[in-house]
Design a protein around this ligand. Structure first.
Ligand code: SDX
Length: 437
């Protein structure tokens, strides 16, 4: 980051002497006012719950222009990566900063492929869960449990440990997600197959069985790979900030990523794709497109607490570019499966049309986000609704690792420890039990 010629001056109406604060510039996007010395100079904190105006770090990985609806991974537009690259190339880019050449791609793909199996002991963890446990409950446990198996890659401050932990997490998440699914339906686990692509291997572990050969459908394979690319990273979102804060204590990479899995589960974040599909199914069951108007009235009535899931975003105040690409993927998959008339897809497009013309949404700059169409395409592929967020976690693991590694490699990083505005009781005396009213 570059010190700007511009400075910020903070003055106080109570006569307290003004404070000059440095301003720093990035390569693109808003400048920042450096408040690191503010408390020392003024005895005051800034106040920004939800971090609407706070940069928690500097990063060179992903940039979002919310007003333009642009998303760049290491400077490459998501639209170009989704068409010209596969997910493992995108992982390489996010982790190491450049797209791989042919030899680097081959070597990286091989490294990941050779780490897709998990320790046989881990399957016994699954047996401890109820069969109807939510897959995200299982995944949070399994990812954290990886730190009990890979002791040679738990030192977050050792670059070699960080690199092998990254490969292990990227390689094993598909295996763990597929196992969580198989466990839930009482079907046998499928071991990874090294002759398949990353996405093809995942589809086979999900839908293959020991009784017959599984044929990977190339259209579904490409769609799955694109879903992974679109979810790979997204600046300092809630789960990435969780991973950074968790990792800042020096804990091992598996524990930090498990914290990200837990945070992503929330319906305001990665759980929105599951919530969105459930919302579409509820509208469909209550009458479908004919009931959209009634539903939208509920959404606009704050007291209802009903939100249009898959819409709105903290940063995008324009169309989420991932939603556009996801809609295209939807078209491709539904056409391949002869489901062009999928009523939920028609309903989603109708909802989007009405919302984009409605003042309530226009004024609040509410557009479809990545979660609006992702559920429809995953459901068409055959993925159960309660596994959608697990797939989001699978894809986002590389982003979490890249961001964690960027933080740990920064010599200036410190353990994260926010302060507060205290509004509770000042000191008071404990009364003996008999005297308490
Ligand atoms: C993801 O941060 C990331 O990058 C996340 C993510 C990633 O890749 O990591 O992009 C993934 O989490 C996408 C978002 C998925 N969540 C949903 O689709 C859930 C529905 N969306 C909302 O919960 C909401 O839009 C958020 C949480 C996504 C953003 O909330 P903000 O930025 O805190 O905005 P807000 O809640 O203050 O909303 C501003 C206004 C409010 O109305 P007013 O108080 O101004 O009158 O818009 C309204 C909100 O009530 N609003 C919605 C709405 N989203 C916001 N009203 C109806 N339906 C919605 N979906």
């Amino acid at each position: 980051m570059k010190l700007s010629d511009n400075k910020a001056t903070l003055s106080f109406s109570n006569g307290k002497s003004p404070v000059e604060l440095p301003v720093y510039e990035g390569t693109v996007g808003p400048d920042v006012i450096d408040i690191r010395k503010l408390y020392g100079q003024t005895g005051m904190f800034t106040y920004d719950p939800g971090f609407l105006s706070t940069a928690s770090c500097q990063s060179a990985i992903t940039y979002i222009d919310g007003d333009k609806g642009e998303l760049l991974y290491r400077g490459y537009p998501i639209e170009q990566l989704a068409v010209n690259c596969d997910y493992l190339e995108t992982c390489y880019l996010l982790l190491y900063g450049e797209l791989p050449n042919a030899a680097q791609k081959e070597e990286f793909d091989q490294r990941v492929t050779r780490h897709t199996m998990i320790n046989e002991q881990m399957q016994f963890f699954l047996r401890g869960f109820r069969r109807d446990a939510h897959p995200m409950a299982i995944l949070t446990g399994l990812v954290g449990a990886m730190s009990a198996f890979y002791h040679d890659s738990t030192d977050i401050n050792n670059p070699e440990h960080r690199d092998i932990a990254a490969i292990r997490l990227i390689a094993k998440l598909p295996t763990l997600v597929a196992m969580a699914y198989k466990y839930g339906v009482g079907a046998p686990y499928q071991y990874p197959q090294n002759n398949l692509s990353y996405a093809g291997n995942f589809l086979r572990m999900m839908f293959g069985n020991p009784c017959e050969e599984y044929k990977v459908n190339p259209v579904l394979e490409r769609a799955m790979d694109r879903i992974f690319i679109l979810h790979a990273d997204h600046e300092q979102n809630a789960s990435t900030s969780t991973v950074r804060l968790c990792g800042s204590s020096g804990t091992n990479p598996f524990a930090a990523i498990a914290a990200g899995v837990a945070c992503l589960w929330g319906p305001a974040h990665g759980g929105a794709n599951e919530a969105c599909l459930n919302m579409l199914e509820q509208i469909q069951a209550s009458g479908g497109v004919a009931k959209v108007g009634e539903f939208m009235e509920k959404v606009k009535d704050k007291s209802s607490g009903v939100k249009l899931m898959g819409f709105g975003h903290r940063v995008y105040k324009n169309y989420d570019p991932r939603a556009k690409l996801m809609q295209e993927t939807c078209n491709e998959v539904l056409a391949e499966l002869g489901l062009e008339k999928d009523p939920l897809f028609a309903l989603a497009k109708q909802l989007e049309k009405i919302a984009l013309e409605d003042d309530y949404f226009v004024q609040r700059k509410l557009y479809p986000n990545v979660d609006f169409y992702s559920g429809i395409v995953q459901r068409a592929i055959g993925i159960p609704v309660n596994l959608f967020t697990g797939i989001f976690a699978l894809a986002r693991t590389v982003g979490w690792i890249a961001q964690l590694n960027e933080m740990i490699s920064d010599p200036e990083y410190k353990i994260g420890r926010p302060r507060q505005l205290f509004t509770g009781h000042t000191t008071r005396t404990v009364k003996p039990l008999a005297e308490r009213g």
